[in-house]
Write a protein that binds this ligand. Sequence first.
Ligand code: F7E
Length: 328
Amino acid sequence: MKRALITGVTGQDGLYLSELLLSKGYEVYGLIRGQNNPKAELVRRTVPGVKLLTGDITDLASLIRAFGEAQPDEVYNLGAISFVAYSWENAKLTSDVTGQGVLNVLEATRLYAGDDISKVRFYQASSSEMFGKVQDVPQRETTLLWPRSPYGVAKVFGHYMTINYRESYGMHASSGILFNHESPRRGPEFVTRKVTQAVARISLGLQDSISLGNLDAKRDWGFAGDYVDAMWRMLQQDEADDYVVATGETHSIRELLDVAFSHVGIDDWEGKVVQDPRFFRPAEVDLLIGDPTKARERLDWTPKVGFLELVRMMVESDVAQQKELAGR
Ligand code: F7E
């Protein structure tokens, strides 16, 4: 039975990855941060098979202890401060967690492996935010990185540190450059979920409008459940490498609004959307579209859920959730 250790297990990807690994017969350990973390209960309820360990990716000693208990064959570093807008207000903290945290997990992995670096494989959750002011369209593994947010800069550090551990120590360390990936489990601070939750509430007469920032930004949105499968596939390869994980399609926030509102029978949403300067960013990433050719050819990975299906799935889930909340 293989053993996996996941940092960031309380997040959307941590939950989907836990389900995937448990279904494959893995023994799964999840790192939980902080005292009485309210999200621990969510993990226990959603994926009861996961064994929780206390630790923090900013605290190397806690990681060494967690590795000792989990004895992992595979390590998935998903832990991060992941909300881009927040990273301008908390740049140092984002750098410590999302950037330096990667170095801590790599170092804990190396110390745990000791003389036999081949005994453990490492996955780093890199991000399309690293492409920022894009230098190629579509973006691929070789595209020059030009991050536009403290979050993006921190992810670039983690990305190159992962490559450096691969090249310096021969560690099986892979980096998945994941484009935006969403699901009904997405946090409501991200634009897809913010929209689907508001659309559900508007359709039920629970709110009148939604306040948003830049409606012209374009993103390559996929389904998180598909993307965790790509993570796992990377660690099953003979050689570690870097892979873009994306759908190869891009859509604007306006198109997201079109699909979400029309799914509840509202075709003209203009009067229901307010543009609020609070939600504009100091520097925007205008266009992201990934080229997943390498992942398709080497990992035999293709996304199964398309944009329309994804948005509709999220709207339906939010309508059901809002009805349940309203009925209580
Ligand atoms: O913004 C625009 C916003 O916050 C998407 C994270 O998972 O993906 C995610 O980062 C776009 C941006 O995601 C609102 O300006 C307009 O252009 O959903 P988001 P993100 O910043 O792309 C990458 C791959 C990651 O790695 C990150 O961890 O939508 N937008 N109005 C808005 N965005 C938000 N959040 N809220 C608005 O009201």
